[in-house]
Design a protein around this ligand. Structure first.
Ligand code: PNS
Length: 174
């Protein structure tokens, strides 16, 4: 498509939550193509391997509608700088979700540095919808590891994978 509006939605997705899916489906109305970028190096030690995170995203996004005014979805690895990834995708936007004031500082710095490095790529913030404002992968993992009920925070199949990952983690810790 000529003059296609392409956006990237980057993240660690360790694991993908219903909050991420909310941002993705809302961003789909704003562009023609949305490329979900999965960070290979998260800077943290992830619970799920890179391959598991990619596979989860491809599967969950495969169930979402696209076309007819909703952006086509694609999942790709980010190996290196986000702005270089955005450029290589032909993207004019980086989409990030904002939940609470506590996200702002980190997001502000990242958006500022990315803008300095790549002035033609705009960071666009979407506010998480009220049902999802509190969901964070980090806390979902903590709840799961401590035996809480995390099922409403993640898609169903991701919940099953999370249960297995928690088992694996506990076996290693024993
Ligand atoms: O879901 P997260 O962990 O908040 O996502 C963070 C992510 C992947 C967007 C960020 O770590 C990132 O952009 N990584 C790519 C490397 C990069 O460009 N770093 C410089 C940012 S100014």
């Amino acid at each position: 498509m000529i003059n296609e509006r392409v956006g990237v939605y980057p993240g660690s997705f360790d694991p993908i939550t219903t909050g991420h899916i909310d941002i993705i489906t809302r961003a789909q109305g704003l562009m023609d193509k949305l490329i979900v970028g999965v960070a290979i190096n998260t800077g943290k030690s992830p619970l799920f391997s890179f391959d598991e995170r990619m596979e989860m995203l491809r599967r969950e996004l495969g169930d979402l509608p696209s076309g007819n005014g909703l952006a086509e979805l694609e999942v790709r690895p980010i190996d290196g700088l986000l702005v270089q990834f955005a450029r290589s995708c032909g993207a004019s936007m980086i989409v990030r979700g904002l939940r609470a004031v506590s996200d702002f500082d980190y997001e502000f710095q990242m958006a500022g540095m990315n803008a300095r490095m790549e002035k033609d790529v705009e960071t666009v913030f979407l506010m998480a919808s009220e049902r999802h404002t509190f969901i964070a992968s980090r806390l979902v993992k903590e709840v799961a590891l401590l035996g809480g009920d995390y099922r409403s925070f993640v898609p169903e199949r991701v919940g099953h994978q999370l249960a297995k990952a928690v088992e694996r983690y506990r076996e290693r810790a024993d």
